[in-house]
Design a protein. Structure first.
Length: 251
């Protein structure tokens, strides 16, 4: 498990090397991310401008409480909403970036796999097909993330556990879901379904977590995702290539 996790981190680092070894790959990978960043920044500005109203609406149950406790509830809910959306925003950022830049990332995936020996008989994904595949997987993955986020939200109010175990679980869950997103194009090029992708990645969960969790944490740094996503796409292509070719090594 530890070796697999470490190997996953190595795959992410390899993705950085693969992308930054070519200025063209950097430009191709960054362009869709820049567009998505502009959309996400707009969304976050609107959220912060209206977070007071949102928290007040969500804490309608506390209207009969004293002003002090009502304010405490609103602040707690407001922080939880921001924290939850922050975690979800990484998945949304990646999903939107891939949907917008499908052909760009297909180009990176194709170049990376050519360096790995190529894949005979691969399918051309194309923008429209990539958009539909990305949209479907986004709905499923974001829905899954929300299903996990609801119990984690309430567990966050448990003393000690809510401040230690819950954040770690949230990062691992969202990181793993991010790993599923980042391997979408290589699997689709081989005609593999979303269900098959999940099943194959599940055979090496520690490897996927080692690759995806650091990528997820790096994407939490403001604007870092514009650099991280192209590298993570390249790393995800290497990960997919290994698993789809039956490579069980961790090196």
């Amino acid at each position: 498990m530890i070796k697999d996790f470490g190997a996953g981190v190595g795959l992410l680092l390899r993705g950085f090397r693969l992308v930054f070894s070519s200025p063209k790959r950097v430009l191709v990978g960054a362009l869709p991310a820049v567009i998505t960043a502009a959309l996400m920044i707009t969304g976050w500005v609107l959220l912060f401008l209206h977070i007071g109203s949102i928290a007040g609406w969500l804490t309608g149950f506390a209207d009969s409480w004293s002003e002090t406790w009502r304010n405490v509830a609103e602040v707690a809910v407001g922080i939880s909403v921001v924290a939850g959306l922050l975690g979800l925003s990484v998945l949304l950022f990646t999903a939107i970036t891939i949907m917008i830049g499908g052909p760009f990332y297909e180009y990176i995936a194709e170049e990376v796999e050519d360096e790995l020996g190529g894949v005979p008989g691969t399918e051309q994904v194309g923008w429209w097909r990539g958009f539909l595949v990305g949209l479907r997987s986004t709905i499923l993955l974001v829905g899954t993330s929300i299903l996990f986020a609801i119990p984690l939200f309430f567990c966050g109010f448990i003393p000690v556990v809510g401040q230690t175990v819950v954040p770690v679980l949230a990062v691992c869950i969202n990181g793993y879901l991010l790993g599923i997103e980042l391997t979408g194009i290589p699997f689709t090029r081989r005609g593999r379904t979303f269900k098959q992708r999940r099943q194959i990645l599940a055979t090496r969960r520690s490897l996927v977590l080692g690759f995806a969790v650091p990528a997820y944490l790096l994407c939490l740094i403001p604007l870092a995702a514009m650099i991280v996503i192209p590298a993570a796409m390249a790393g995800g292509t290497v990960l997919s290539h290994r698993l789809l070719n039956g490579d069980r090594s961790v090196a």
